[in-house]
Design a protein. Structure first.
Length: 196
């Protein structure tokens, strides 16, 4: 999709969801101390680093306790508010700011951390040829149940075949996932999903 389309969608969604975002910020802060916004260094297009913004769904400092950056099903570090936000992927709403800043797109491979990129093969590095997205081909094709290397393969497949039609299809599939909840955060044990 074009940059103009990304900006239009991101701005529109931020306006529409601002009451939800405000309520979530208040609820997160009321449940546990610490900033309601979680910030993590991620790598985007061509490996360029940026600060990913998400709603915090775990206790503050979760990346330094328990399973570290990995998130397991039933992880006790996930707060009650966080579990609800994850169920509907509302924790991703601040990603829209990353889109407006030009660091992300609406559709593309999810942004990754340096530790993952350091382990990439030459082929896997191809997922860095496009801007990372809020949703992507791997997200709508079993993200929660696939091993990490298979998710990367789906991302490379997307890079090779990306088109407006495919992006629209991914958005439609994402909408269906959000409504049904199927495939969202269920059993996320094999990835390097940062505390969000």
């Amino acid at each position: 999709m074009s940059r103009a389309f990304d900006v239009l969608i991101a701005a529109g969604l931020l306006i529409l969801t601002s009451p939800i975002l405000l309520a979530a910020l208040i609820a997160i802060r009321a449940e546990t101390p610490g900033s309601p916004i979680y910030r993590q260094r991620r790598l985007g297009k061509d490996g360029e680093a940026f600060e990913l913004l998400k709603l915090r769904t775990m206790v503050s400092g979760a990346e330094h306790i328990g399973a570290g950056l990995a998130i397991n099903e039933g992880d006790p570090r996930v707060t009650r508010v966080g579990a609800l936000l994850r169920r509907f992927s509302l924790d991703e709403l601040p990603n829209l700011i990353n889109v407006l800043r030009g660091e992300m797109a609406i559709v593309g491979p999810r942004p990754t951390i340096q530790a993952q990129v350091d382990r990439y093969t030459e082929r896997q590095r191809r997922r860095l040829e496009v801007k990372p997205g809020i949703t992507g081909w791997a997200q709508v094709n079993g993200r929660a149940s696939l091993p990490w290397h298979e998710r990367i393969e789906l991302d490379v497949w997307y890079v090779d075949r990306r088109s407006l039609w495919l992006d629209v299809k991914i958005l439609a599939m994402t909408g269906r996932m959000l409504i049904t909840g199927h495939g969202l955060y269920k059993g996320e044990t094999g990835g390097w999903q940062g505390p969000m």
